[in-house]
Design a protein around this ligand. Structure first.
Ligand SMILES: NC(=O)c1ccc[n+]([C@@H]2O[C@H](COP(=O)([O-])OP(=O)(O)OC[C@H]3O[C@@H](n4cnc5c(N)ncnc54)[C@H](OP(=O)(O)O)[C@@H]3O)[C@@H](O)[C@H]2O)c1
Length: 310
């Protein structure tokens, strides 16, 4: 099979297109013929070696988590999927990821794909929407009428979080740069704030939940916008206990573990027209370096989709 392989940590040009043996699924795995993959910031962080202490790669490695495709072969203990099923979800980390014609996934990390949206859109759901769903629904239990602020609202996670929070019935405020304010309003944000104009932390207060997908200075300003007893969730790095105590809030950094059950919920939501995937562009696997450079620029306007095969 053809795969974008990396043999060392490095910049976006480190990928090599190689012909390598198609992997065999283990007992609880499926081999998926990948139609589309998508790029997440996690992928470039792993590629660059930023995660090598926590999640070291074994080289040669094939990156890529998000995917949609058909089951080519199911392991002997797999009961939910059979050859030919169109599935989506998360490919195995590092060794047999989705930047290849065939990827391996655990049975527990995939689901039947949405039926009513194009495959290329479903490819953009697993990590971004899976993270948003797991935080808002499973971990925080966001409720109707609560006020939530999402920073980085025009990003992959942010756009999914807006839609999932709106579907719950929350009041949603998002921050984005000027060029993306219309987009986040169009997908449901009640208020869209341009973080490049003045200090946005002076414009919002008393949110029940602040979901920070940006980090750095944005995270350090976040605490005071949360109401006493409210929650601050950081997706990018550790939170500051002293600041959380000062404002009487619960602040946590989460590494979010979504799975096949989450994918089933996302498929239902997407099929009912309540989860739209905004796509920046679609590139062939041969252009994976370009796709990574764009993701790393943090200026993509929606998901970057990789076309693998039909
Ligand atoms: N902990 C976890 O389990 C977990 C899971 C998923 C993702 N993440 C992390 O969450 C972060 C966001 O992921 P994503 O997929 O949403 O990324 P993304 O699609 O690349 O989105 C990045 C967004 O960040 C905004 N941005 C860029 N520079 C900014 C700045 N200086 N200040 C404020 N906003 C800025 C951009 O908005 P504008 O263009 O409008 O400025 C852009 O839409 C990444 O670091 C990712 O690794 C963590």
């Amino acid at each position: 099979m053809k795969a974008a392989v990396i043999r060392e940590y490095g910049d976006a040009t480190v990928f090599k297109s190689e012909d390598i043996p198609t992997p065999e699924p283990g007992d609880t795995e499926v081999l998926v013929k990948v139609h589309f993959a998508s790029v997440n910031p996690f992928d470039y962080k792993v590629r660059a070696g930023y995660m090598k202490n926590r999640m070291p790669l074994k080289f040669p490695a094939i990156l890529g988590t998000d995917m949609i495709g058909t089951v080519e072969k199911a392991g002997s203990s797999v009961s939910k999927f059979k050859k030919g099923d169109l599935v989506f979800g998360k490919a195995n980390f590092g060794s047999n990821g989705s930047y290849a014609e065939y990827a391996l996934a655990k049975e527990s990390n995939i689901a039947q794909a949405p039926k009513n949206i194009p495959e290329r859109e479903s490819a953009g759901l697993p990590v971004a929407a899976g993270t948003a769903w797991t935080v808002l629904v499973d971990l925080v239990g966001l409720r109707k009428g609560q006020k939530v602020l999402i920073t980085g609202a025009s990003g992959g996670v942010g756009m999914m979080a807006i839609q999932i929070a709106k579907n719950i019935g929350a009041y949603v405020i998002g921050t984005a740069s000027k060029a993306n304010l219309q987009t986040i309003k169009a997908i449901g944000a009640d208020e869209a704030i341009d973080y490049t104009e003045g200090d946005f932390s002076e414009k919002v207060k008393d949110v029940d939940l602040l979901l920070d997908t940006v980090g750095g200075e944005t995270l350090s300003k976040a605490y005071k916008m949360v109401k006493k007893g409210g929650k601050l969730i950081s997706l990018t790095g550790p939170t500051d206990k002293a600041a959380a105590d000062k404002y009487g809030i619960d602040a946590q950094y989460l590494s979010v573990p979504s799975d096949g059950k989450t994918m089933e919920e996302l498929a239902k939501l997407a099929d009912s027209g309540k989860l739209k995937v905004i796509i920046d562009r679609e590139l062939p696997l041969e252009k994976i370096s370009e796709a990574h450079a764009l993701s790393e620029s943090r200026k993509a306007k929606g998901k970057i989709i990789i076309k693998i095969q039909s």
